[in-house]
Write a protein that binds this ligand. Structure first.
Ligand code: HEC
Ligand code: HEC
Ligand code: HEC
Ligand code: HEC
Ligand code: HEC
Length: 363
């Protein structure tokens, strides 16, 4: 109990000295601009998929705020349903803000989801921001503190795992550290980290946070290998190259498509193979439910574990010389049933996006 009271005090103090995303632009222009493209900058007001799902769940409480609007000065009221997200409140519209990430002091592990514990800020002095620069230059807006905890845990407050109210696991990244996440999702890019660059730094960590919305990143996610045997058929090996599961987000779907064409006509496909479709489906009691918020169990689960390899052995009789074998891997941002459920078909987010394709002729 004592601990929670302390925490709440820390929260109150923190927000009395909140610095908006926009205020960072004055000195960290490049990082600020990268961040505008990042999904961290979107949240309730700019990521319509998120807003539509949140509103479908409840038009009263917005408990997604703990991860999607964590800088909110009215966080408790949002979670309880006493207040709605407010576009004119910068701590609401800033989404996963610069200031929020850079004031995480440590992450408390918890069963339902982890908690970001914020650094205590004093009201009458400039805020302290954490990072991992050696000898940071001084400036008049904030002090810079080197925090070893920072790059170890900073991603795991929101990205580790999440359980719904019925204790059902909604996502699990299977990773707790942050160093690895930063290597792939915040690659070093040329340029200093602030406008003056008195230290003549040559690189900074990209704040574009490339992920599933980046074409280059999607291509890095998987590997496809194909072996064709005229007598026995086609063997496809799919490898999840990521250190986290293939599907991280309940709305997503991915699938492997194998087709065979002869003289320009499709003569075979794997369209009936459910094991080639990666997604989650849910039940509430014994009724199918699309949004997992109030689900009680799964009705269908097909995912690949970190680094897992899956072999698809398709027995196809009598392949001919010259038959064309087309192997493609697709991802979908939001399943059609999900878009129907939230009345958002016009977004087209259920259109399959090609990730990788291999075409081979039977010899
Ligand atoms: C424990 C933290 C946490 C909570 C609570 C949370 N989310 Fe998320 N959400 C995430 C993370 C992290 C991602 C990034 C993708 C991933 O890891 O799968 C995400 C991604 C999403 C996406 C995909 C965004 C896109 O445009 O592709 C949707 C939709 C979403 N969340 C909806 C919700 C809704 C609605 C709620 C509240 C009912 C909620 N989330 C609560 C952490 C959380
Ligand atoms: C008045 C200019 C100015 C403003 C405004 C400013 N910064 Fe900085 N910041 C700096 C300078 C200068 C450095 C040191 C850069 C260096 O040494 O290369 C720095 C360093 C940092 C670091 C690295 C700290 C470390 O110890 O590794 C972080 C993180 C940071 N700023 C975040 C922010 C955020 C977030 C905002 C907006 C809320 C912001 N800054 C606003 C000037 C500014
Ligand atoms: C305060 C919570 C929070 C923290 C801390 C956090 N994230 Fe996120 N992250 C989210 C949420 C929520 C989303 C989904 C936003 C959306 O799509 O609307 C997300 C999305 C992402 C994405 C998806 C980008 C895409 O293309 O869709 C990546 C990659 C990511 N985060 C990486 C990181 C890394 C790396 C760290 C640590 C340096 C980190 N995040 C820290 C909450 C957080
Ligand atoms: C070896 C590189 C690598 C590391 C390390 C890594 N990821 Fe990823 N991650 C990827 C790639 C590639 C994608 C994009 C392809 C995809 O999602 O299918 C991705 C996708 C994501 C997404 C978007 C998923 C979605 O559906 O919205 C999130 C969120 C994410 N990673 C978070 C993390 C976090 C958190 C960590 C650290 C615990 C981490 N990643 C570590 C390579 C990596
Ligand atoms: C999701 C969390 C997150 C958000 C949001 C975020 N940062 Fe960072 N930032 C990091 C991490 C992680 C690092 C790199 C730490 C390391 O060195 O390993 C970093 C590094 C920095 C640095 C030091 C330079 C460098 O390349 O290491 C500055 C300056 C900085 N951020 C400013 C900002 C500003 C300004 C914004 C908003 C426009 C912002 N950050 C938003 C997590 C975040």
């Amino acid at each position: 109990m004592k601990f929670t009271i302390l925490l709440l005090i820390a929260f109150d103090l923190l927000f009395s000295s909140y610095l908006s995303n926009k205020s960072c632009k004055e000195c960290h222009k490049t990082i600020y601009e990268e961040y505008q493209y990042s999904y961290h900058s979107k949240g309730y007001f700019k990521d319509m998929l998120h807003k539509k799902i949140a509103d479908k769940i409840s038009l009263k409480k917005y408990d997604c705020a703990v991860c999607h609007m964590p800088a909110a000065d009215n966080l408790k009221s949002l979670v309880k349903g006493e207040k709605r997200p407010d576009k004119t409140n910068v701590t609401n519209s800033d989404a996963i803000s610069c200031f929020f990430c850079h004031t995480i002091a440590y992450v408390k592990k918890a069963h339902k989801f982890n908690l970001n514990i914020k650094a205590r800020q004093s009201e009458d002095y400039k805020p302290s921001l954490f990072g991992s620069l050696e000898n940071p230059d001084d400036n008049n807006k904030h002090s810079s503190l080197h925090s070893p905890i920072y790059d170890k845990f900073v991603c795991s407050g929101c990205h580790s795992h999440k359980r719904n109210g019925n204790d059902l696991l909604i996502f699990d990244s299977k990773m707790s550290g942050s160093k690895e996440c930063i290597k792939c999702h915040m690659p070093l890019v040329p340029g200093g980290n602030e406008n003056m660059n008195k230290r003549a730094r040559t690189k900074h960590h990209s704040h574009y946070f490339p992920g599933i919305h980046s074409k280059e990143m999607r291509e890095k996610a998987i590997d496809l290998k194909v072996a064709i045997d005229k007598k026995s058929g086609v063997v496809v090996t799919l490898i999840n190259k990521m250190p986290h599961p293939l599907i991280l987000q309940a709305a997503r779907e991915m699938f492997l498509k194998v087709e065979i064409e002869r003289d320009g006509k499709k003569i075979w496909s794997n369209s009936k193979d459910k094991s080639a479709v990666f997604k989650y489906s849910y039940l509430k009691g014994d009724k199918p439910i699309i949004i997992p918020y109030s689900a009680t169990s799964y009705s269908f689960v097909n995912n690949l574990k970190p680094k897992e390899k899956k072999i698809f052995n398709y027995k196809i009789d009598k392949l001919h010389k010259g038959d064309k074998v087309i192997i493609s891997f697709y991802m979908i941002f939001a399943k059609t049933e999900c878009l129907k459920d939230i009345d958002y078909m016009e977004s087209g987010l259920d259109k399959p996006i090609l990730v990788k394709k291999i075409v081979k002729m039977v010899k």
